[in-house]
Design a protein around this ligand. Structure first.
Ligand code: GLP
Length: 241
């Protein structure tokens, strides 16, 4: 794992956006794995601004999002469909058919998970997967204890995750209890992974990730077994190292 230190959130977003843009501009065909949450928002803002200024095209880009809540319609204000449209897709020229986000409203969720995993494989696999990290070490919505062999699946969210994400909802009760997420093995199939960690809130988990052992109790620790992982973290997130 390569660790890149950023001064602050602003610096981290620029470093991450630069890495993504190098691929967007340098590859004829590119499949990106995208994440939601607070952390990547500033990165998407930079990509949008850069596309506006330079007319950067995303016609050749395909995307797969990590996860989606179960039971939220795509147009729900807190769905990850809405998040991605509002933060990125509405402002770049990516063809709508190239955008993939799990369908948390599917009647048969097991079937939806299989379909999603197959689509990732059929696209030729993810070239670069962007990740945040939960305070309990989750990646995507893979909570502690998730098998390293898991593919896209339905998960019951931990209380700590629902509390952490309740800041985007009007109350904790509104935060869905379940989600569809790419599994640990789905994430590990990506050719390259970029994990972002920001702020004091993430200092403890980052310390565990960097110095601790590889264990299913800390889902992000699996990344130590991947060939090409970059972590960009700001000074606060690195303050416990
Ligand atoms: C959510 C998402 C993850 C994200 C994590 C951290 O639960 N499913 O993909 O990485 O939380 O979020 P934040 O960046 O807001 O700290």
């Amino acid at each position: 794992m390569q660790l890149i230190k950023a001064k602050d959130y602003h610096d981290l977003c620029h470093k991450a956006a630069e890495l993504i843009l190098r691929k967007v501009k340098g590859q004829k065909k590119l499949t990106l794995g995208l994440a939601t949450g607070g952390t990547p928002q500033g990165v998407y803002r930079i990509l949008v601004e850069e596309a506006r200024q330079n007319g950067t095209t995303y016609q050749h880009v395909t995307t797969f999002n990590l996860d989606e809540y179960v039971g939220l319609p795509p147009d729900h204000p807190q769905s990850y469909h809405t998040y991605m449209n509002k933060k990125l897709f509405d402002f770049i020229d990516i063809p709508p058919q190239n955008v993939h986000i799990p369908d948390g409203m599917a009647e048969n969720l097991e079937e939806e998970c299989r379909r999603y995993e197959q689509m990732i494989d059929q696209s030729g696999g993810i070239d670069l997967q962007l990740l945040g990290i939960g305070i309990n070490g989750h990646i995507g919505f893979n909570e502690p204890g998730t098998s390293f062999h898991s593919f896209t699946h339905v998960v019951k969210l931990e209380e700590s995750t629902r509390i952490a994400n309740s800041r985007f909802f009007s109350s904790l009760e509104e935060v869905p209890a379940f989600a569809v997420t790419m599994g640990i093995a789905s994430i590990m199939k990506s050719k390259e992974i970029l994990l972002l960690a920001v702020g004091k809130r993430k200092a403890e988990v980052l310390q565990r990730l960097i110095y601790g052992e590889v264990t299913e109790e800390l889902p992000a620790s699996v990344l130590k077994m991947h060939q090409h992982v970059t972590i960009i973290a700001d000074e606060e997130a690195l303050s416990s190292l």
